[in-house]
Design a protein around this ligand. Structure first.
Ligand SMILES: NC(=O)c1ccc[n+]([C@@H]2O[C@H](COP(=O)([O-])OP(=O)(O)OC[C@H]3O[C@@H](n4cnc5c(N)ncnc54)[C@H](O)[C@@H]3O)[C@@H](O)[C@H]2O)c1
Length: 438
């Protein structure tokens, strides 16, 4: 029988074996998943979330693709100020009406919720207007371009009863959920460090049909609309670190430069930012877009092992204990040592050993190569969108999604500020919210 509701994530949660008998484990480590209760839709007897998409570019069109796979979603309207993207999106969804002013969809009575996939500079304004007009909102990350806007959106969200989601898809990706459960259960021991990076080798530019469209189409490169690598890429990865540790960093320092793509852009093409938690655990974060050797990784380092979240595998320190003699033998044979220390405190070579990867989830796992500017299938994007569509019908808020997006966006913006000012920043008191633990 054809399903009226998307049950994919629900099934996964049940497979984990934790849903039976309550959602206590979710409430502790991923409370936003407690709103994934499709049964409520059946109970209410209302089948479809009626939606408008504001911003029909690359990511917006990817959301159209995902909405087609969500049985309880109906895309009613499309809105964009750039006619070409609007007509491309309309071709994907001819039944939707179109407009160029987002206020039109906010005023429409036949729309329950809006999906905002515009450049970062407009996220806060459209979100505030949409909440004020009584719509449920699903907005792309990051939350906003400025810290005061983040706070204004957070306050507005808290003061009303509509659902607000940010597309932090890792929070709904089964391999991340399972890995976090393992981390919280102690599988890799006490957490001692975090290493995240995102490397690409591409200029981030899009072709522009005529010069006056440069800032509209290449918005990612200009500060009026973009926080560059930190808000575009780092945002997802910093959220994952906070999720693992359950804390927000207290100090931020960093360096940012335009190293290679000196083409008139304003945002850095290379950043190295450090975040320090109160315990001394640090996130070492790096991103650049002129070499992709290291790809995209999120490593949570524990005393007993390492969780490699993006790949969906973990490594145990004990797997590497017995290999010292073997490594010494191999390295002497391969001529890596010029001499063999026989009386030093340790003869172990300071090079990375071979660890055995253990899968977080048995069976096929989708791995995001990190190269696409728009999407990667099966990365949680469909699941979080589906959860939003459920919220449009049931009115349920997804607990802590806004708080997680707020925290990671603040860290991105503080990272940029630390780079610009060349000094170590303390997390500012005026932007602390009750959810944050330091
Ligand atoms: N979650 C993710 O992994 C992910 C991936 C890619 C992009 N994104 C985010 O999605 C958003 C859009 O990125 P993109 O790559 O699709 O950009 P894009 O330039 O391809 O699309 C943005 C669209 O918004 C339109 N627009 C701009 N101002 C508007 C307004 N006031 N009203 C209506 N439409 C307006 C533009 O004309 C354009 O068509 C960004 O916030 C980006 O960070 C998120």
């Amino acid at each position: 029988m054809e399903e009226k509701v998307d049950l994919g994530l629900r099934r996964f949660i049940k497979q984990l074996g934790y849903a039976a008998g309550g959602t206590a484990f979710l409430a502790g480590m991923a409370p936003w998943l407690t709103s994934c209760t499709p049964e409520k839709i059946e109970e209410l007897g209302r089948e479809k979330a009626r939606l408008a998409l504001i911003g029909t570019g690359g990511r917006g069109q990817y959301h159209i693709h995902n909405l087609r796979a969500i049985p309880h979603a109906e895309l009613v309207a499309l809105c964009d100020i750039y006619p070409k993207n609007l007509s491309d999106a309309h071709a994907l969804c001819p039944s939707a009406r179109t407009c160029s002013d987002y206020r039109e969809v906010l005023d429409a009575k036949d729309i329950d919720g809006v999906i905002i996939a515009t450049p970062l500079g407009s996220h806060a304004r459209i979100t505030l207007d949409a909440l004020a007009s009584g719509k449920h909102v699903f907005c792309e990350k990051a939350m906003a371009l400025h810290m005061e806007e983040c706070k204004a959106v957070y306050d507005a969200y808290k003061a009303q009863d509509k659902a607000l989601y940010y597309c932090m898809q890792r929070m709904y990706d089964p391999k991340y959920i399972k890995a976090m459960k393992m981390i919280h259960d102690g599988a890799i021991g006490e957490l001692v460090g975090m290493r995240c990076h995102w490397f690409r080798n591409a200029d981030w530019r899009r072709e522009v049909p005529s010069p006056e469209l440069e800032r509209l189409i290449n918005w990612r490169l200009y500060k009026e609309n973009s926080g560059g690598l930190m808000t575009e890429l780092g945002c997802h990865q910093l959220e994952v670190c906070n999720w693992a540790l359950g804390l927000t960093p207290v100090e931020i320092s960093g360096m940012g430069d335009i190293v290679y793509w000196k083409d008139g852009r304003e945002v850095y093409d290379s950043v190295a930012v450090n975040y320090r938690y109160s315990s001394g655990v640090k996130i070492v974060y790096e991103s650049l877009i002129s070499n992709k050797f290291n790809g995209m990784e999120e490593q949570i380092l524990g005393k007993d092992g390492t969780m490699d979240l993006a790949r969906g595998v973990y490594y145990l320190e004990e797997d590497n204990l017995l290999s010292g003699m073997r490594r010494l033998y191999d390295q002497v044979k391969d001529g890596i040592f010029a001499s063999i220390p026989t009386a030093g405190p340790s003869w172990r070579p300071e090079v990375k050993g071979q660890y055995v990867p253990h899968p977080v989830i048995e069976g096929p796992t989708s791995i995001n190569s990190g190269e696409s500017m728009v999407s990667s299938d099966n990365d949680g994007s469909l699941d979080i969108l589906s959860a939003f569509c459920q919220s449009c019908i049931t009115g349920e808020k997804a607990e802590n999604v806004v708080e997680e997006a707020y925290s990671s966006t603040l860290l991105c913006l503080l990272g940029n500020q630390a780079c610009e000012e060349g000094r170590t920043l303390a997390f500012p008191d005026e932007y602390k919210i009750p959810y944050m633990k330091f």
